[in-house]
Structure formats: structure tokens, C-alpha cells
Ligand binder design. Sequence first.
Ligand code: GTP
Length: 352
Amino acid sequence: MLVGGEGTRLRPLTYGTPKPMVPIVNVPFLARTMERLFTAGIRDVILAAGYMPQAIVDYLGDGSRLGMKVTYAIEDTPLGTAGALKNVEPHITGPFFVLNGDILTSLDLPAMREYHECKGGIGALHLIRVDDPSPFGCVVHDANGKVSAFIEKPPKGEEPTNEINAGTYLLEREILDFIPAGRKVSIEHETFPQVIAAGKALYAYTTDDYWLDLGRPEQYLAAHRDILSGTMPLLVELGITGEGREALLGHPGVVPPVHAAGDVVVDASARVGPNVVLGSGCSIGAGAVIRESVLWDRVSVGSGAVIEQAILASRVTVGPKAQIGAGSVVGHDFSIEPGAMIEPASRLGSPG
Ligand code: GTP
């Protein structure tokens, strides 16, 4: 699993938390992915990390808590999406899945493995169809699924296909021979095109699964909306859920779906929801309004504050009557003054 990126587009959230540890409905995203791997029968996971690796190591350890074996390969300088694989070559003994660590998907990994075993070739790439492929890597293939070209971020209107690289691969060990050691190498830009040029067969595995790249704040909020509404099948129950649900059931101002971790305190006159996630220890004051937003642990919202379509990291304090404009992201420990009017799409917080 590739988890070495700095997650610059998710700043300021990623100043204090590496992207894999960013919570998705109150659980670190990495834990959700590990669960998916476990369900698929995978027990041996190598994490190619680099940015804030200690937070990941502290959380997962050797993996035994999850009944899995976790090995870390920590890059001093980023090696890129293929260099990271070359770097773990000694640990790889046979065919292996590669997962971009920031993809939320319902992809069935065992089914992808069956497909690869049936097709043969040096690897299978998961593709997904999207309405606008221009921001992504387009993958062109023939009717038999054999890939012939990779076109990264084509100009709008000139896309050769609407099928894009969805960031999960199943590869034979032989592909590592195509990756030079000791330097940064991109699998999308360098390795895959070279593999094809060498006449090796890569097959497209196109599915209609739920798929979302969690790279940007809008996508992070969309992921929560999709999980809370059941579009992305991840929660067992829908409605008012989570350890803190007892505090919200029967509350006149709570509009589901809402997920709350433990120890949340919501004033009787506050309005929360729809599509709101409250982390553990959050407190919401009298008359405050929170819609379409994700609050991490121990966020304190003063009376009369209004928060819409925003992401607030751990321990943020929102003063009474402050208003946070839609699309804003507030980093760890940040304090918003009473009565402040925060412009839409603001990014508040610093690396310190
Ligand atoms: P941005 O800085 O916002 O673009 O995010 P990012 O750094 O995560 O980059 P991107 O979304 O393009 O990366 C896709 C996946 O590859 C993510 O899971 C990253 O953690 C991972 N990744 C990107 N570059 C490297 C790298 O040099 N080494 C490792 N090990 N993983 C990487």
C-alpha cells in the first residue's frame, strides 16, 4: 500500500495527520482499508511510507492486533509510485496487489485476482468509468482488455476514453525488473508505458464499483455523504449512528444521517445534520447549526455558531456566533474568534 504522499491538497488537515490516518466516519482511513484487505483474505501488508510514518507505525504496529502482518518500508526521500515498489522488492515473493492509500472503493479484490489469473499477463489494472476523465490518467485498451496506452490528464474534449486508472493493481513480480532502483519513478508515467512498449500484456479490469479518490477536501466531504447515505456500503446501519448516538436519539434538532463518536454533548437547542460526523468529545453549544460537515475529536462549537460544508480537525474551537463559509478546512488546534465571518473555501491552520 502506497502511503508515502504528503497529501498537500488536503492541507491543513495533513499538517498534523498523514493522509492514511485522516478519519473517515471516525475511524482512520487506513484501518478501513486494512479491514477491506482482511476481508479479501490478505494477511501480509507492506506499507510504503515516508511522510509522518510514526503516526502510522504507532497506530498499526506489527499488525497483530488485526490478525495481519504489517511490514514498513520508510522512504527518506519520496521514491514515487513505482520507486516505492522497487524499494520493497526483497519482501515480494509472488503476485501482489498495489493500492494507492487514498482510494475509497468497494472493489472486490478476490474477483480482480480471479480475473488476472484467467487473463494472464504481467498485471491487471483496476479502471473505473467517470463522466469527466480529464483530471485523471486515461487507460486505452482493446476489446479483450489488453492495454495499449496511458494518457495522463488529457485536455477536456480530447479524452480517448472515459475509463481511468483507479489506483489498484495486481502485478506479477516480474514488473519490478522494469523499475530502476534508487531514484524516484512514477508507475503511471514511466513503468506502465515501458512495460507496454516491451510487449508485455497489462489487462484492464473495469468495474462499476463505488470509487473516490480522497485527495481533496470536497472529495473528503463527498465520501462522508456517500457513506452516511449508504451509497458507499461501509456502515452496517444508517440514520443516527456511532457510539454517541444515545445522546442524539430523540433530539429535536438532529436531522439524520448523523454519526457521532462517544462523549459528544449537543445542546438541546442546537441543530445538527444532515450529513454530519462528530468526533469523540465534541461539544455543540446552544443554537449552533452544523450541516454537511465533519468535525474531528474534541471540537468545541460555541453558541450560535454556524458551520456548513466544512471540515474541522481535532481540538478546533469555534467562538460563539462565528460563521464558517462553505468549503472551509480548519487545521488542528485552531481557534476561531467569537463572531468571526470565515470566507467560503478558507484554509486555516499552519504546519506548527
Ligand atoms: P497530494 O500531495 O495532495 O497530491 O497527495 P499525495 O502526496 O498523496 O499524492 P497522490 O494523491 O498523487 O498519491 C497517490 C498515492 O500514492 C497516495 O496514497 C500517496 O500516499 C502515494 N504516494 C505518492 N507518492 C509517493 C511516494 O513517493 N512514495 C510512497 N511510498 N507513496 C507515495
